[in-house]
Design a protein around this ligand. Structure first.
Ligand SMILES: CC(C)[C@H](C(=O)O)[C@@H](O)C(=O)O
Ligand code: SF4
Length: 476
């Protein structure tokens, strides 16, 4: 038998039938939904009088449009958004689909909620009408985003017409230097391969630096693989990933557990399997990365400078880079160190988990949010929020001057009440810095939670390494 990659194995084990040279009908073990990309899908389903054959293999959340102010009862003020949420509820009730509704204690962002309840298991295919479904590769599950019409197909059949991707392997060896995280690593990778660098590929991450990452850090990495255009991300499940799942999947016991673990341990690319493209990185080269522009690949080490504008053969300067620089109010040669920010946002499916909040609390403990800066922490889910409160992190953050919010997508994208004003500059732990992403005319600088925390207390983009005990590195 020919040697196969983990990706090929997952596709093969979920192929109901091969449709042609490029496409298969793929079975989805789990289909996640949000209020934003599901309404038309349900409407289409109902028009054709179809049902949902496997409602228990679907789960829905309300996350994008909800307010995150810490009121006891959250009420969605915008009528169109309120309708999306009530439609989702009605549709879920009608079909018996489990829902994490606006005011449920465990509500949150889909990509934070699903893994923390043990719903994501190695070897699964997980589909969702949301691009950051690649997150689940951290547990050895093939996750990817789809469009609304495809959501309808998955609801009706639990399958999808799927064009098989090519295989890319990204090997990362070496050790992440102090003060750097998985966020810095993925920003470094995206910067090198480009925002379209993995387009058409599913990326398998491997190497000693990947093995050393916590499961939550792996979520961050796989979450942002889509920002390099990847159609999926995978990390072969090791004992760390398997333990993470077992701790949360209460239904897997006894004999089933043994069989599951044996199966999960075998989920890896065959030795010698061929990848269409390979990239190699040294984690030791990572530094705290910050984006300067309007695409996630426009990133530099915090103590670096914004590159020159490249020109084509005829000497014409790159128009998209010119436009990005104009939008963010910066120039080639500028450094980001010391750049004043007005807002700090900690949260999202990239960096809204408990380890992220611990990292933030670690920096801001005993310090204050700088004068004139508005800083908020929006936990990725109710469970994260509760855990943080159990650890007293909320107290540390509130004492420092942060707003302690309820879970949701919040300021990751301006689709709810949390929106920046034009011209405001935000240090953000999210995944996209597109024009207007956090509010019309607002400027987003992507960075790690620790870096965003450092920006909060200084009011400027700051090298977090200056806060590491016993070092002067990066001192401004
Ligand atoms: C709203 C949704 C379709 C979108 C996505 O697909 O990712 C959003 O979550 C985002 O992060 O831009
Ligand atoms: S937190 Fe941001 S990236 Fe994640 S699902 Fe919500 S809007 Fe998309």
């Amino acid at each position: 038998m020919s040697l196969r990659t983990l990706y090929q194995k997952l596709v093969e084990s979920h192929t109901v039938t091969r449709l042609d040279d490029e496409n298969v009908l793929l079975f989805a073990d789990l289909h996640l939904m949000n209020e934003y990309t599901s309404p038309q899908a349900f409407a289409g389903l109902h028009e054709q009088d179809r049902g949902v054959p496997l409602p228990g293999q679907n789960v829905a959340v309300v996350s994008h449009i909800i307010p995150t102010r810490p009121e006891a009862l959250r009420v969605i003020a915008d009528p169109a958004s309120a309708l999306q949420a009530s439609n989702l509820k009605r549709n879920c009730l009608r079909h018996g689909i489990p829902l994490f509704d606006t005011n449920d204690a465990l509500q949150g962002i889909e990509h934070v909620v699903a893994p923390e309840h043990g719903m994501i298991r190695p070897g699964m295919v997980v589909i969702c009408g949301d691009s950051h479904t690649t997150t689940y590769g951290a547990l050895g599950a093939l996750g990817f985003g789809i469009g609304t019409s495809e959501v309808e197909h998955v609801l009706a059949t639990q399958t999808l017409v799927y064009r098989v991707a090519r295989d890319m392997r990204i090997s990362v060896d070496g050790e992440l230097p102090p003060g750097t995280t998985a966020k810095d690593l993925i920003l470094m990778i995206i910067r090198r391969i480009g925002a379209q660098g993995a387009r058409g590929y599913v990326v398998e991450f491997r190497g000693s630096a990947i093995a050393a990452l916590s499961v939550e850090a792996r979520f961050t990495l796989c979450n942002m693989a889509v920002e390099a255009g990847a159609r999926g991300a995978l990390i072969a499940p090791d004992s760390l990933a398997i333990d993470y799942v077992l701790e949360r999947a209460a239904d897997i016991e006894g004999h089933t557990r043994e069989r599951a673990v044996a199966h999960w341990r075998g989920l890896r690319s065959d030795e010698g399997a061929v990848f269409d493209v390979e990239h190699y990185f040294d984690a030791g080269q990572a530094a705290p990365y910050v984006t300067w522009g309007t695409s996630p690949d426009q990133a530099i080490p915090v103590d670096g400078t914004i590159p020159d504008i490249p020109a084509d053969a005829a000497g014409r300067p790159d128009a998209s880079m010119q436009r990005a620089l104009r939008y963010v109010g910066l120039s080639s040669g500028d450094t980001l160190l010391g750049l004043p920010i007005q807002h700090v946002f900690i949260g999202s499916c990239t960096n809204g988990r408990i380890e992220d909040l611990r990292a933030v609390a670690g920096i801001v403990r005993g310090r204050k949010v700088a004068e004139g800066v508005r800083a908020m922490v929006v936990p990725g889910s109710g469970a994260v929020r509760r855990q943080a409160e159990r650890e007293g992190l909320d107290g540390v953050l509130i004492e420092a001057g942060f707003e302690w919010r309820k879970p949701g997508c919040s300021m990751c994208l301006a689709m709810n009440d949390d929106v920046l004003q034009p011209g405001q500059r935000c240090a953000s732990t999210t995944n996209r810095n597109f024009e207007g992403r956090q509010g019309r005319g607002a400027i987003t600088h992507l960075m790690s939670p620790a870096m965003a925390a450092a920006a909060a207390v200084t009011g400027r983009i700051t090298d977090v390494r200056r806060y590491l005990a016993g070092t002067q590195a990066g001192a401004q």
